[in-house]
Design a protein around this ligand. Structure first.
Ligand SMILES: Nc1nc2c(ncn2[C@@H]2O[C@H](COP(=O)(O)OP(=O)(O)OP(=O)(O)O)[C@@H](O)[C@H]2O)c(=O)[nH]1
Ligand SMILES: [Mg+2]
Length: 393
């Protein structure tokens, strides 16, 4: 199970373009709403310095890859069909597509920075303020979540109230598919004051509860796409309203990736050279792309995921090994696994992630850099190389 991130937004904002740039695959892209009819699922990578550079041996990744000492750790990206006002009620492509986001840990809300699309994604000639869509679309997602929680509520409430079971436990079971722990549910539950009996809950209570859940479990990151065609005033205002928003251009990044792949250019997005004879038109386009990415306010979509997963969600990348001196597994593979572990994970959590049996038989672990023995409660740090010693191995 890897970390999953969902791309959401109204139609025609460039979700599939961003998806293609991130996953280096080809999703359907077109300037009309509902180009995407089925979710696209793909892999992108987050980058970290690979510890193999410390021991002078090349690693053998089981998943992802390693290039020039940078380990690329896979995560999953889901590009869903566009959402329109009323989506949670089944309008547009219907809310079944929202269900695809159920197990996404965070959502990237893509908005059209250029403003040349209406609320339903239809192309328009006069710019709209791009932040208008933030409330509309995010409101739909919250409503969808509330509906999922409130679905079959009466039946659930009657049963839970009469069972005498602890309320947290009942509620946890009801929303099990959202992947929260019982402790998290208790915490959310204690944050708002909810009626003492489930049968007394109103739809409003469910909405309030889902809002707290939402903030807790589905952080939203806003990404303004089409920044290549954004008015300076609008760009400034957006960043004032949403200082954490990223500015990107899926289109330019995709063009850059393609040119790089075909060998037309060499180097980074903001500093590439053209290596072959190109037409004047191509040369102008490439210069414009290079210039665009030189702007420090612009982020590469391929780097956003690393920032979100590591900096915002607090994941650490941990390398479990079997041999503490060679950093190999028992088949001689050097640093075979790079595992993403949630913030605050312990050595015991790692043991369970490797295998339930290893977790159950946990004896102690070793920090392979310092060769120090660590206990089950030891909190893992980014780039830790850990050997777990367990009754089963
Ligand atoms: N100027 C500019 N246009 C872009 C950019 N990204 C995408 N587009 C254009 O926006 C249109 C929509 O792109 P898609 O990627 O199909 O949009 P989508 O959000 O997946 O749309 P749906 O699948 O209909 O929900 C296409 O014409 C793209 O070429 C960008 O960064 N800049
Ligand atoms: Mg699409």
């Amino acid at each position: 199970m890897t970390v999953k991130i969902g791309l959401v937004g109204k139609p025609n904002v460039g979700k599939s373009t961003i998806f293609s740039a991130m996953t280096r695959s080809q999703a359907d892209i077109a300037n009309y709403p509902f180009t995407t009819l089925k979710p696209n699922v793909g892999i992108t990578y987050i980058e970290t310095v690979c510890p193999h550079t410390e021991i002078g041996k090349q690693c053998n990744p089981r998943e992802g890859y390693c290039e020039n000492g940078i380990r690329h750790v896979p995560i999953e990206i889901i590009d869903v069909p566009g959402l329109i006002p009323g989506a949670s009620q089944g309008k547009g492509m219907g809310n079944e597509f929202l269900d695809n986001l159920r197990d996404s840990e965070a959502l990237c809300h893509i908005i059209d920075g250029s403003g040349f699309t209406a609320a339903d994604g239809t192309p328009i000639q006069i710019r709209r303020e791009p932040w208008e869509d933030i409330e509309i679309i995010e409101g739909e997602i919250k409503q969808w979540l509330a509906d999922r929680i409130y679905r079959d509520w009466d039946k659930f409430a009657r049963k839970a109230d009469s069972s005498g079971e602890n309320q947290d436990r009942s509620l946890h079971r009801k929303i099990a598919s959202f992947g929260l722990t019982e402790r998290q549910v208790s915490l959310i539950f204690s944050r708002g004051s909810f009626p003492a009996r489930f049968t007394l809950w109103t739809e409003e209570d469910a909405m309030r509860f889902s809002e707290i859940i939402f903030e807790f479990m589905k952080p939203i990151f806003r990404i303004a796409n089409k920044a290549d065609n954004m008015e300076p005033g609008i760009r400034k205002e957006l960043l004032q309203k949403y200082p954490e928003a990223y500015l990107v251009s899926g289109e330019y990044e995709l063009a850059f990736e393609k040119a790089l792949k075909s060998g037309l250019i060499k180097g980074s997005a903001g500093g590439f050279e053209i290596t072959r004879a190109v037409s004047r038109q191509q040369s102008i386009a490439l210069d414009r792309i290079r210039e665009f990415f030189r702007d420090p306010a612009i982020t590469l979509v391929s780097q956003i995921m690393g920032r979100i997963v590591q900096e915002k969600l607090g994941y650490v990348i941990v390398f479990p090994v079997v041999d503490e001196s060679t950093w190999e597994d028992n088949k001689g593979n050097v640093l075979p696994d790079a595992l993403l572990m949630p913030a605050g994970s312990t050595a015991l959590d790692l043991a369970f992630k490797i295998h339930t049996e290893i977790g159950e038989g946990f004896i102690r672990a070793v920090d392979c850099r310092t060769r120090r023995v660590i206990g089950k409660d030891h909190i893992l740090a980014n780039s830790d190389i850990i050997r777990v010693i367990s009754k089963t191995r």
